[in-house]
Design a protein around this ligand. Sequence first.
Ligand code: A2P
Length: 317
Amino acid sequence: MACKMDILLANGARMPALGFGTWRASDEEVEKALNEALIAGYRHIDTAPVYLNEKMIGKVLKQWLEAGKLTREELFIVTKLPPHGTRACSVEKFLKRSLADLQMEYVDLYLIHVPFTVPEVDGPFLMNEDKEIVLETTTDHIALWKAMEKVREDGLARNIGLSNFNQRQIQRIIDNCQIKPANLQIENHIYLQQPELVKFCKSNGISVTAYSPLGSKGIETLLNREVPNLLENPVVKEIANKLRKSVAQVLLRHLLQRGISTIPKSTNAKRVRENIDLFDFKIEDSDMALLDALDQNIRICDFGFFPGISKHPEFPF
Ligand code: A2P
């Protein structure tokens, strides 16, 4: 079933509310899963250079476009400026590299992936003798955003936005910009609903996209700690049973009904289809309130896989 809900961006562009997430999916997995996702009706695809799969995503999309099964206008492609590119002079270079890998003339949305910077090197990020990541502490959000505005004016990105920025950092960009961010992509799910940040964005015309909507099962190996399992929550299970829907579908629908777009990732064909089959039911207000009440301010993706990153002056959390 195709996605039947759009989010209106500030410049009038439409973004399908349900997108396909691709973090932690290898080339082989992405090739198969993206084909399944396009068949299932996904048109909003989220990627990033640090996911190391832009080339494969580009290859699959090109096959669909060349076969005439899709037009570029039907797609909504999101990618991001990587942490080693978070400086004004790097924006155009990294965006052009992503465009070459994706085999596209433009992306629909270009996000600054993180508000902090690490040095640009060939290969993995630099580590110091304390086994902490080497930081570049001269990050200048105002200059950086100007460079983002420039790639938008040049037509390389139809919309520009932020990811993992906090309210203070976003406000500073709003106070100093020509073009407001169109979107903020943040971790958001029943245990980390961030109602104040979401309200702040809405009141400033900034759409919000939730990553890790299902709790990013499997991320614990990367973080080296336990993380809560959203899919086992008894309140969500009960609502899912009542609606004859899966727990994952209730978690995703809860976000959509809060006016938040979301990008669940799956490399399993059945779950890829299940995650977009969200448009023939509604969670009633009393159940929405029960789900809202599950918020516990538990952040799963705290960048613990970048040891020492919290020492950066622009670390957002
Ligand atoms: P898989 O790829 O095997 O389906 P998030 O989008 O929150 O980061 O979560 C992604 C994780 O959740 C992946 O490990 C994915 O595993 C799993 N997942 C995705 N969709 C579902 C679903 N409908 N039911 C259960 N687990 C899911």
